[in-house]
Design a protein around this ligand. Structure first.
Ligand code: F6P
Length: 363
């Protein structure tokens, strides 16, 4: 059913990634130009919806931002309205503030809300759609772990940064005949480690989907110490040894995802040095993977996603997420997008190609 679009809300939720501003631009520009609609930017993700933080965006606000990293709206990964941290005398109480958020949506007179985010944001969007909010999701995350889309924007930009980092580590590792471990992000999915490791020519790639055997890593670096005389190990922050557990950097109940991963790179480097005596260094790439300009691929994908989200809103296709399916952007139901995490399948051609070129995967 065609929907009159006079006031459109837009927010960016969860961790930022390159391409968010390109989506904001491609929703706002046609909304203003073709629907003569006002575009309400909700600040700091769902936190802004709860706290009533917003501002109307002008044409100038959304011009010249296609190449800009971060998000002009701000974001938060601690603003889940259904589990909202409220400060009280007794400390922080996790409270359901969804009604307050819905009231702001109604008070602001929004005809549609475009929520750009990862799995946390899509879960929240689904719950609000069940409460009657006219909401459409746009999938972002460097982790590429969202189901029901071939790819999320942000992933390609993170891959480019991680690949360049590996290229740089290759030359210094080679010069000093060292083992260098690089830890990359990705949460419970190995897409970044596998993609960047493959593109950067890593010798060992460790991903959460394949728990590793320590001796498999030691064998590889010792063998290489006699030939090439250096090794590069690309490890995903969610990787874990067989029978071991994932390394947690922080637990925080206020976060949409209460567990933050990180630290396995140092564990792997220490164990290699102790077991083999080889000189070993570690680089934790961290938030460099999320910062800076989007790649051309991400700018184009984000622009398609935003434009299609607005079209879907005009057709009344709420409770959906835009999704890349082959070469086309389609809409899928939000419940399909949040059904499960998209992990690297064990029969993936990426894994097959990695093995073909002699990469050790720790198994
Ligand atoms: O989901 C994106 C991501 O960068 C993950 O790869 C990482 O585990 C997490 O966010 C880091 O969160 P924070 O920004 O809170 O440090």
């Amino acid at each position: 059913m065609p929907t009159p679009l006079k006031r459109i809300g837009i927010l960016t939720g969860g961790g930022d990634c390159p391409g968010l501003n390109a989506v904001i631009r491609s929703v706002a520009k046609p909304a203003m130009a073709y629907f003569n609609a006002s575009v309400i930017g909700i600040l700091d993700g769902f936190e802004g919806l709860v706290e009533g933080k917003m501002r109307e965006l002008s044409h100038l606000d959304v011009s010249g931002i296609v190449n800009l990293g971060g998000t002009i709206l701000g974001t938060s990964n601690k603003g889940d309205p259904f589990h909202y941290p409220v400060e009280s005398a007794g400390g922080i109480a996790i409270t359901d503030c969804s009604r307050k958020a819905l009231d702001n949506y109604i008070t602001w007179g929004l005809d549609a809300l475009v929520a750009i985010g990862g799995d946390g944001t899509m879960n929240i969007a689904y719950k609000f759609s069940q409460m009657g909010m006219k909401i459409i999701g746009v999938p972002k995350t460097i982790d590429n772990d969202l189901e029901a889309t071939d790819i999320t924007f942000g992933y390609d930009s993170a891959l480019a940064v991680a690949t360049e980092a590996i290229d740089r580590l290759q030359t210094t590792a080679s010069a000093h005949h060292r083992v260098i471990v690089i830890e990359v992000m990705g949460r419970y999915a190995g897409w970044i480690a596998l993609g960047a490791g493959l593109a950067g020519g890593a010798d060992v790639i460790l991903i959460p989907e394949i728990p590793f055997k320590w001796h498999s890593i030691f064998d590889c670096v010792v063998r290489r110490s006699r030939g090439a005389r250096f090794s590069i190990i690309c490890v995903s922050e969610g990787a874990l040894p067989e029978g071991g557990s994932i390394v947690v950097a922080e637990k925080d109940a206020r976060r949409t995802d209460p567990i933050r991963l990180g630290g396995i790179g140092n564990v792997v480097a220490t164990r290699i040095s102790e077991a083999t005596g080889l000189e070993t260094r570690v680089t934790v790439l961290g938030h460099l993977q999320r910062g800076g300009s989007p790649t051309a691929f991400d700018r184009i994908l984000a622009t398609k996603f935003g434009a299609m989200a607005l079209q879907a809103a005009s057709r009344g296709e709420f409770g959906t997420m835009v999704s890349l399916h082959g070469a086309n952007v389609i809409t899928v139901k939000l419940e399909d997008a949040i059904a499960r995490q998209r992990l690297v399948p064990l029969d993936s051609q990426l894994l097959m190609a990695a093995r073909a070129v002699g990469v050790a995967l720790g198994d």
